[in-house]
Structure formats: C-alpha cells, structure tokens
Design a protein around this ligand. Structure first.
Ligand code: NAD
Ligand code: TYD
Length: 350
C-alpha cells in the first residue's frame, strides 16, 4: 500500500504520518507538503529516516506537478490534509484559501481520477480530511450530525465546504472511491502557535497578554490530535466507499474557560502563585463572523466503527502543556522562523 499524505508537515498531518509510519511498516508513506509557514519538517524529525517514509516538497496547486507525481508513484490511496487552516488568515487573504483548499483539492481529485480510471484496483481511496466548520454555527443547543446542512460563514469554512462538495461530486460523477471526515477543533503537540491553545501557552510562558476575542463566550469541542489521527486510521481502513463521518471529542468548552484552565495549569507547572497568569487575559475586538458554537455528534463513528476519544481533556491538556514546556527549542524555532531552513539543511544537501 503506497499512500500519499498531503500536508503531512503540518499539525494534524505530522501526528498522522507518525502514527501510520510506526504502525504500518509494510506501507510506504509519501508526505507531500509545500512547507508554507504552517509546514515544519522538524515535526517529523524522529521518523524522517524511517525506511517506509518519504518526503516530497511540492504545491498541490501545481496541476502538472501533481499529475507527474501520480504517474511516477502510482499511489494506492490519498489522505488529503494540505490546506490553509487559520480562520483569521482567511479573513485577511481569502484567495490563498480558494487556491489551496479548492483548486489544490480539485487538482488532486483529477490526478486520482485518471489513475483510478486507467488501471482498476490500483487506486483504492481518496480520503478528504475536513472540518466541522462547514456546518456553520450552533446556538446554545444541538449538535452537528452527518445530515446537518452545510452553512459555512468564514472564507476558511467556505473553502473547505467547497472542497467537500468537489470530493462528493467526483464520487458521484466519476465513481472515484472517496471518504470524508469532518472533525472538531484539535489540540496537542506540534500545534502552530497562532491557534488559541498554543498561542495562549506561548504567551503565558513569556508573560505576554492572551488575546481573547469578544467576551470569550464562543464554544469549541476540543479533541486531542492523536485521537483524530486514530480516527482517520480507522475510517481509512474500514469506512464504506462514499461515506462521511463526523469526529469530535464530546468536549465543549467556552474559550474563556479553556484559557483560565491553561493559566492555572501553567501557574502550577511554572511555580507561579495561583491566579498569576489570569492577569494576562485581555479581551480584544471580536473576530468578524465569529461562529458562536461548534459541537459534534460522533455517534455514527462510534456505532459503525467503535471509535471513542481515548484522551480526556484534563489529561490531554496536561500532555500538551508538558510537551510545550519540554520542547522549548521547537517553539523557539517556530517563533523565530528558523524552522523554515530545516528543509534546505536536511534534504537539499543530501
Ligand atoms: P496546518 O495549517 O497545521 O497544516 C497544513 C499543512 O498543509 C502545512 O504543512 C502546509 O505546509 C501544507 N500546505 C498548505 N498549502 C499547501 C499547498 N498548496 N501544497 C502543499 N502543501 C500545502 O493544518 P492542520 O491544523 O494540521 O489541518 C490539517 C487539515 O485538517 C486541514 O485540511 C484542516 O482543514 C483540517 N482540520 C483541522 C482541524 C484543526 O483543529 N486544526 C480540525 C478539523 C479539520
Ligand atoms: P482557533 O484556534 O483559531 O480555531 P477555530 O477558529 O478554527 O475554531 O480559535 C479557537 C477559538 O478561539 C475561536 O472561537 C477563536 C478564539 N480565539 C481567541 O479568542 N483568541 C485568539 O487569539 C485566537 C487565535 C482564537
């Protein structure tokens, strides 16, 4: 089984690549990533020399490059994670999200379709990794199911919704074997510190203010990233062709409560007096079009495939805080930008 994973140098992608490379020594895992600001090969330094792993630098927006790669490598499957993923960036630069998330996805679908139609049984699955944000925002009650209508509000979620529609269209029109999963907010190791949890940890450590949008009343359903990777592994191997699964933690928290909890954990770990770090909390202008609440009903995944989150939030936050405190160099490299030279140092000179 030769699997192309796109976006494997990012947050979720690197956790998934690590899981698959170590769990399936007989698979060949090819990680295609363009190493944007969000891609960091140091995320994979521990497995970069594994015999069943290969890194390829390239842009999914480059159709010719993608076609050539598929012709050369004859992939059996794709797990597609490459994306522009930060809502705030999508508000300031929507076109980048249309290019990577929509055009890039369609380029991959085209290459997969040609491969699928050319030789039966070689290409077996196109797995598209998506987000619960395609469903829009919930009020105080209810949960997103796989039947919830799409209603995206941000340029990010609109681009992901569009890519989901294209993936289903390639199944319905060309018979391409596909599966889609829509997951809630992830947290854990290798999370880029522009997102809420790693940003807060970084700022608490450095005694900088923690920006909380609006009143901090928005609710997110947090899932430990390794549980997301486990779910992808299960769905990839077991789900029926054409199916969709929601993945979530059954773990809803208001942003302000997550931040207060992080402050308390950090105060204890850093030996600061209780409530010290909460003084860093700063309420700032709300995000435009800020979705109030996300919550996933992951019942279908539990009933069909037996998946449940294995890491509870209290444990997952402890693991995450410990990881960031023990990996100071990783954080310094990311915040200084030096991680972006790692590809030249490790790969180009080889
Ligand atoms: P990320 O921003 O950390 O990583 C994205 C990766 O894609 C980076 O390594 C980047 O270099 C690569 N990339 C970007 N543009 C590319 C291009 N044009 N060509 C090739 N590679 C490119 O994102 P993430 O948080 O790991 O999310 C991964 C996927 O999971 C995304 O599709 C996202 O929509 C989805 N998702 C994320 C979350 C979450 O909480 N982070 C939740 C649900 C779904
Ligand atoms: P984020 O981590 O950007 O994920 P998403 O927008 O995909 O849910 O944000 C999580 C929540 O935290 C969201 O409600 C926006 C809020 N937020 C802040 O309050 N302050 C911040 O600095 C950031 C980055 C996010």
């Amino acid at each position: 089984m030769k699997i192309l994973i796109t976006g494997g140098a990012g947050f979720i992608g690197s956790n998934l690549v690590r899981l698959l490379v170590t769990k399936y020594p007989s698979y060949k895992i090819v990680n295609l990533d363009n190493l944007t600001y969000a891609g960091n090969l140091k995320n994979l330094a521990d497995i970069e020399n594994a015999p069943n792993y290969q890194f390829v630098k390239g842009d999914i927006c480059d159709a010719d490059f993608i076609q050539n790669l598929f012709s050369q490598e004859q992939f059996n499957a794709v797990i597609h994670l490459a994306a522009e993923s930060h809502v705030d960036r999508s508000i300031s630069n929507p076109i980048a999200f249309v290019m990577t998330n929509v055009v890039g996805t369609v380029n991959l679908l085209n290459a997969a379709r040609y491969q699928y139609q050319k030789a039966d049984n070689v290409f077996q699955k196109f797995y598209h990794v998506s987000t619960d944000e395609v469903y829009g925002a919930l009020g105080d009650s209810g949960m997103f199911t796989e039947e919830t209508s799409y209603d995206p509000h941000s340029p990010y979620s609109a681009s992901k919704a569009s890519s989901d529609h294209f993936v289903r269209a390639y199944h319905d029109t060309y018979g391409l074997p596909i599966v889609i999963s829509n997951c809630s907010n992830n947290y854990g190791p290798y999370h880029f510190p522009e997102k809420l949890i790693p940003l807060a940890l970084h700022n608490i450590k450095n005694n900088k203010s923690i920006p909380v949008y609006g009143k901090g009343e928005n609710v997110r359903d947090w899932l430990y990233v390794v549980d997301h990777a486990r779910a992808i592994d299960l769905i990839f191997h077991k789900a029926q062709n054409g199916s969709t699964y929601n993945i979530g933690g059954h773990n809803e928290w208001k942003n302000i409560d997550v931040i207060r909890l992080l402050c308390d954990i950090m105060d204890e770990k850093l030996g600061r007096a209780p409530s010290t770090s909460q003084q860093l909390i700063t309420f700032v202008k709300d995000r435009a079009g800020h979705d109030l609440r996300y919550a996933i009903d992951a019942g279908k995944l539990k009933n069909d495939l037996g998946w449940m989150p294995s890491v509870q939030f209290a444990e997952g936050l402890q693991l995450t805080v410990d990881w960031y405190l023990n990996n100071e160099q990783w954080l310094n490299d990311v915040t200084s930008g030096s991680y972006q030279h790692y590809y030249d140092e490790q790969y180009v000179k080889r």
